[in-house]
Structure formats: structure tokens, C-alpha cells
Write a protein that binds this ligand. Structure first.
Ligand SMILES: [Zn+2]
Length: 364
């Protein structure tokens, strides 16, 4: 695993050494199409829009990802923002738009790159997953296959292109924006690898409700960046398939805080995780349906629960209780299933825990 990470780092390094932005010559709705981005050859003090050429699809066209690049008049850190790796997780698209509305490249120090809709296949299908055409259709979780494969299936190629041709060499901090899945909800919540102090700093600059110190998930965007020594977090912004203005504003404040703290823009820090008294946990447990049935969750996101407390019931169609569920640990409710129809293994309640085991200090 470590050898692979090193190989990827070396590959990225060598790309960065002699890369340059590759324009295909096409425009989409007046926006130039690029196959590769190299921010070093963009003019300083400008904000530019691109359509990034992703993998090709079954009708011999490409999937495109809209990208904005604000390159400051002066050098500085390079921040990457990405939304909708899961196609129905949309709050982040508005956060990124608002970040760029707030940036003046003439006074910016460093560069901000935003990819608004990394998984266009899932977005158009109204679905979390990338949609495959082969063999009558299948679906791929686009947040478990990074850094992709040059000669893999379509989503693997798409991830490979984003990783190598868009982000590689161009960013040194990264925020990947998600929400909870359909039928469930989060507050403003962050997965952050607390083994790296810089990642912890980024996480706590965001006025989140809850943070999990977390060792990461293989194949996710966040973990791929972290394994390649680029500090990254997964920012979970509430619920899918919605714009939630309050959470969008707080996420915007968080991104601006990261920019201020890193000297990219002037200004005073807005509210942070500390101001929101964010609950920082190092472990979590998910209570899942054992059978199919109509579920009633008895707690809300953000409630404190005690081990043994009844948190959900499931009924049959006639209203008879068929299962009761209790909290498996003390902690704070991080997520609930808000869709009453739950099949076996469907999430009912997720509890964020402060586990005293020293082995969990920086995340279990
Ligand atoms: Zn997601």
C-alpha cells in the first residue's frame, strides 16, 4: 500500500515537473475545454472557467466537469474544492459557487480550484453512484475507486483523469464535499485524519456540529489525497438532494476561514468548530435494521444518547412492533435514517463516540 502511494507521489511529481495546461480546442457554451490543468501557466490575478474533459461514454462523447480556477496576483497556498463525487449530494455545489463569488483574484494570495460536480453520470441519473452501461447496467460508488485506473472502467478512468490531470501538482490542501446518503441525514459534519495536525487544523476551522477523528476509507477521495501527503477532509453537509442555506453558509465560512488562516485572503476568522462547540468523537457505531419494515427513529441528529436507550422501532404494515433498537454506546447522534422504509442493513441511527481506549485517541 505504501509502495503504491509512493509510486503515485512520484508519478504526480514527474507530471508536475513538465506539465502544461492542455486545451482540446473545443468550447462548450463558450467555455474552453481542457484535458489537463497546470495552474503554473495561467496568468496571475485572474479567474477562469474550464470544462474539464473526463472519461468517454457509450455514445463516444465525454463526461465534463465544470472547473473554476482563481489564481491570485501573488503566490501562496493551493486549495482544491470538489462537490458531488456522489451524484445526489448537492449542497457542496452551491458552497463552491459562493466561494468563488467571494474571491477577488487581484488580492488573492495563492490559487483556489473548484470542481462543481465531479460525478456527472450520477448527478444526471439522480443517484449517488456512477452508472455503468455495460452488461445491461451497473453502479459504482465513485468514492471508493480513487485514484482510479488509466485503463479501467469508465468511472475508474474518470477518477484517474481527475486525480492525475486536474488535481495532480495543482493543490496542497483539499476539501471534498458530500452529504449523507438518500434516506438519511447528517448535521454539518467532518471526517478528518487527526494523525495529521494540519488536517485537524483545517477541520476545526470549519464551524461544524460534529467531527470524527478518522483514519480514512481506502479508495475515497479524502484518503487518496492524505496518502499522497496532501491534507484533505471530507465535509459532510447535511442531507442529499437539497440546498440547505444555513449549512451552505457555515461551509462557506469554513472555507473562508481556511483561506484566511493560510494567508490567502485578509480578514478575521469567522465562527469555527470551537464556536459551535463541535462534538469531536474518535469512534462511531451504526445501528442498522435487522429486517425490512416501517421504521420510526426516536432520536434526532445532535441528541445525546445513553447506552441501552431505545432509539428506534420497526413495525409491520399493520402497525405491530417487530423490532426495537437500543443505543449500543453513549454518545451523540451523528446520523439518522429519515426514510421510514428500511430494509435489512439500512441505517437507523449512527452514534459518534468519545472512546477512552488509548488506541482510539486519534481515531478508530
Ligand atoms: Zn458522499
Amino acid at each position: 500500500m505504501r509502495t503504491l502511494a509512493l509510486a503515485v507521489t512520484l508519478a504526480l511529481g514527474s507530471l508536475a515537473a513538465h506539465a502544461e495546461t492542455v486545451y482540446t480546442g473545443d468550447k462548450i457554451d463558450g467555455v474552453p475545454v481542457i484535458r489537463k490543468l497546470d495552474i503554473s501557466d495561467l496568468p496571475a490575478g485572474t479567474m477562469q472557467r474550464f470544462m474539464f474533459e473526463g472519461a468517454s461514454n457509450g455514445i463516444a462523447q465525454h463526461w465534463y466537469v465544470p472547473v473554476i480556477v482563481a489564481k491570485g496576483a501573488q503566490p501562496g497556498p493551493k486549495l482544491g474544492l470538489q462537490a458531488s463525487v456522489h451524484g445526489d449530494e448537492l449542497n457542496g455545489t452551491r458552497v463552491i459557487q459562493k466561494v468563488f463569488e467571494s474571491i477577488d483574484p487581484k488580492t488573492l494570495k495563492g490559487t483556489v480550484i473548484g470542481a462543481i460536480g465531479a460525478n456527472p453520470s450520477g448527478m444526471l441519473a439522480n443517484n449517488r453512484n456512477w452508472q455503468l452501461m455495460n452488461d445491461g447496467g451497473d453502479m459504482v460508488d465513485f468514492n471508493r475507486i480513487w485514484p482510479g485506473k488509466e485503463k479501467g472502467n469508465t468511472p475508474e478512468q474518470h477518477a484517474w483523469r481527475l486525480w492525475n490531470q486536474l488535481w495532480g501538482g495543482n493543490v496542497d490542501m483539499f476539501i471534498d464535499m458530500h452529504t449523507q446518503s438518500r434516506g438519511t441525514e447528517y448535521p454539518l459534519f467532518i471526517y478528518a485524519d487527526y494523525r495529521n495536525p494540519k488536517i485537524r487544523e483545517i477541520a476545526e476551522l470549519i464551524p461544524a456540529d460534529q467531527i470524527k477523528a478518522d483514519p480514512g476509507e481506502k479508495g475515497s477521495v479524502e484518503t487518496t489525497f492524505v496518502e499522497n501527503k496532501i491534507p484533505a477532509i471530507t465535509l459532510e453537509i447535511g442531507k442529499p438532494k437539497l440546498y440547505q442555506p444555513e449549512l451552505i453558509e457555515r461551509s462557506l465560512t469554513g472555507v473562508r476561514n481556511v483561506m484566511i488562516k493560510n494567508g490567502m485572503v485578509d480578514g478575521r476568522l469567522g465562527k469555527t468548530a470551537q464556536d459551535y462547540k463541535a462534538f469531536v468523537g474518535n469512534d462511531m457505531t451504526s445501528i442498522r435494521a435487522e429486517v425490512g419494515g416501517f421504521s420510526e427513529v426516536l432520536v434526532k441528529v445532535g441528541d445525546m444518547v445513553k447506552k441501552g436507550q431505545k432509539v428506534a422501532v420497526q413495525r409491520n404494515a399493520f402497525g405491530d412492533v417487530i423490532r426495537e433498537y437500543t443505543a449500543s454506546a453513549d454518545g451523540k447522534v451523528l446520523a439518522i435514517g429519515n426514510d421510514p422504509l428500511r430494509e435489512a442493513r439500512g441505517l437507523l441511527v449512527r452514534i459518534l463516540i468519545q472512546n477512552p481506549d488509548p488506541a482510539c485517541k486519534l481515531g478508530c
